[in-house]
Design a protein around this ligand. Sequence first.
Ligand code: ADE
Length: 288
Amino acid sequence: MGTTADDFEFGRILGEGSYSTVMLAKHKTTQQEYAIKILDKGHLKRFEKLPTALAEKNTLVRLGAGHPGIVRLHWAFQDEWSLYFVLDLARNGELQTRISRMGSLSLACGRWYAAQIVDALGYMHSKGVIHRDLKPENLLLDDAYRIKITDFGTGKILDSGGERTKTFVGTAQYVSPELLEDSETSKSSDFWALGCIIYQMIAGRFAFQGLSEYLTWQKIKQLDYSFPEGFDEQAKDLVQKLLVRDPAQRLGAGPPGSGFDMQALRAHPFFGSINWATLWTDPVPPLE
Ligand code: ADE
């Protein structure tokens, strides 16, 4: 018999989504704690989200245990009512909560997190996975306050042929112009979101924010944003090279046909002080 819900003692609710609930759970025999994402089958069927749930599982399986910055799937099982994904527990919750509480992050911490996201994206993209909904709500913090990317429910596995894919997803403030204009995403859309996230970590507010979702989209399409006074110059240069309308021209996107050039991103002066070899073992600088 494989692993089932009976193998765990369930604790408090860690988070709730439209189609799922994430609960703290302790494996009874090993005492190891996990976050278990529970998806209600009836609900998934009713809203035709079964393929989405399966895509999420397939994406997590594909990413495997290969990177410390990505939430790992330990087991997946189901019973009559629910699907269960047993995931790494990230005890310190969402990065969004930290940014909201503190206003913004220290420059050292923002730089560190930007580097961790770059490193995790490099791995994810090398496995043919685009996240498509990167945002501070989907960046969890583990015991040591290191980033763990989660929520691959809107992720996309690129088949060997297709570099670009159609269908709308994403959260207003982080959506790329190409998604708004022709609903086409590529790995480069994750770099747009990265630019928005770096801006937000340092400025303490959204790069693009209108009074409605529609007005936010207008601002994105017009590249209508500005930096607050005192925004770090190197961070500014990096954000300006990520928030570029043409997806092929974004830093990290590389010239068409070359594959993707993460090296250009890593080599940006903003990351000059980052030691990429110890990024996941050195302590994270103080958040504020
Ligand atoms: N909320 C959603 N997913 C989580 C996880 N893996 N760990 C902690 N909290 C979460």
